[in-house]
Design a protein around this ligand. Structure first.
Ligand code: V47
Ligand code: SF4
Length: 389
């Protein structure tokens, strides 16, 4: 493999990557601080293509956000602000959430993603009942719900251990855990931006317990605010270490900090170049993660397409947004939702192969044979989203 390395450090890193060896923290820092973007991108793309070829995954999913107010006070989040002024907010009842589920009865979605603010009325029993009701109504719908932020809070309130709590969630129908709440693990940063919710050890412990119960989960990082590159590497090191132990993480999702209407609004947002570099370094450093996901509503469709050349192999899903956490924070897409056709087109336009997956990355349908000029069938126009109803 012809390497773009221009000096000794780059030769060492390239040689590790081409031999399938792990890079260390210094290598990671070098890639962040000094390496030319083209060099880093070529290594990330090498790994991406070795693992997945041109395959680019997406799923048909929709989000439910139980509430947009929260008892916590994360400085980067527009939600904590709203608790003082609840008329701007919503707090769904169980039946209202079931109405959203029922609205997709005729749609070929495979996953519901449930995450929102933390409120006392949503306790262990509430979520057990919600998961049971969803499974009773639509057993095959994958429930990807809540993060250690909610779990830590509700289990503590219920006075039960993480083990018992996660077992109860599993029995009630929880299928997997999304990656939120990770932010930046390092206390130098976490104490400033998310000081009152679960800490890094608690976040990691709950994932570990879930993995040991046979569950799968994702991991995120919130980057591009007050953290430095060492904090990002430290964050990934903790994830890589846990993944060595359990193998339960599926995908890593870098989330770009957006600065609208939150306590950190004075900070500028990082550039698209920084986004692409972050995806590429993540792909190289996290050698034991199968997938790197670009969450397209946050960075916009065009950057998401570009990210497919920087180590990313997954674009999340059709999403259909009842979710406001990102649009309120100033994300690119104000009403994020795409049909299968639109997602597949985005992937084909940059020469990759669109593959619909389920939450556990089992292939549902391969769309790579499709010709952009063909008259596509109605099936591809689904899901017809709430936004379009
Ligand atoms: O943890 C909040 C982030 C996360 C802002 O697992 C913000 O498939 C940027 O984790 N700027 C929740 N980000 C979302 C999440 C997620 C999203 C998509 C897919 C998956 C998955 C998980 O949203 C929070 C926080 O890091 N967030 N405010 C903001 N101003
Ligand atoms: Fe609450 Fe999550 Fe927002 Fe923090 S990031 S204030 S825990 S909704």
């Amino acid at each position: 493999m012809q390497s773009l390395a221009q000096n000794k450090e780059e030769e060492v890193i390239a040689s590790k990557v081409y031999r399938g060896k792990r890079i260390n923290e210094e290598d990671g820092l070098y890639l962040f601080e000094k390496a030319p973007l083209g060099f880093t991108a070529s290594l990330a793309n090498f790994i991406r293509e070795k693992r997945h070829g041109d395959r680019t995954y997406f799923n048909r999913n929709f989000h439910i956000e139980p509430t947009n107010v929260c008892i916590y006070t994360c400085a980067f989040c527009s939600y904590s602000r709203l608790i003082k002024n609840r008329e701007d907010g919503w707090e769904y009842t169980m039946e209202e959430m079931m109405d959203v589920i029922r609205a997709y009865d005729d749609q070929p979605v495979t996953e519901v993603h449930i995450v929102g603010g933390v409120l006392p009325q949503y306790d262990v029993t509430f979520y057990e009942n919600l998961f049971r009701k969803i499974k009773l109504h639509r057993p095959e719908l994958h429930i990807k719900a809540l993060t250690p932020v909610e779990y830590h809070y509700i289990f503590k309130k219920e006075k039960i251990s993480y083990e018992e709590g996660m077992r109860r969630m599993k029995e009630a129908g929880l299928d997997s855990m999304p990656g939120g709440g990770a932010e930046i693990f390092h206390p130098e940063v976490r104490d400033q931006i998310a000081k009152d919710k679960c800490n890094a050890e608690q976040w990691l412990k709950i994932h570990e317990i879930w993995h040991n119960l046979g569950g799968r989960s994702n991991a995120t990082i919130l980057y591009g605010h007050i953290e430095n590159y060492s904090h990002r590497i430290h964050h990934m090191r903790l994830l890589r270490d846990l993944q060595d132990k359990t193998g339960g993480f599926q995908t890593y999702i870098p989330l770009k900090f957006r600065n609208k209407d939150n306590e950190m609004a004075h900070l500028p947002e990082v550039s698209v170049i920084e986004d692409l570099k972050n995806y590429a370094v993540s792909r190289i450093y996290l050698d034991n993660f199968d997938h790197i996901k670009a969450y397209w509503p946050m960075i916009g469709r065009t950057t998401a397409q570009m990210a497919l050349a920087y180590g990313v192999d997954d674009l999340d899903g059709t999403i259909d947004d009842t979710t406001k956490i990102y649009s309120m924070a100033g994300s690119e897409e104000q009403n994020p939702s795409l049909t299968t056709r639109q997602l597949a087109e985005m992937i084909l336009q940059v020469g990759r192969q669109p593959v619909e997956r389920d939450t556990l990355y089992r292939i549902v349908q391969d769309f790579s044979h499709l010709d952009l000029n063909e008259n596509w069938s109605g099936y591809l126009e689904l899901p017809v989203t709430n936004n379009q109803r």
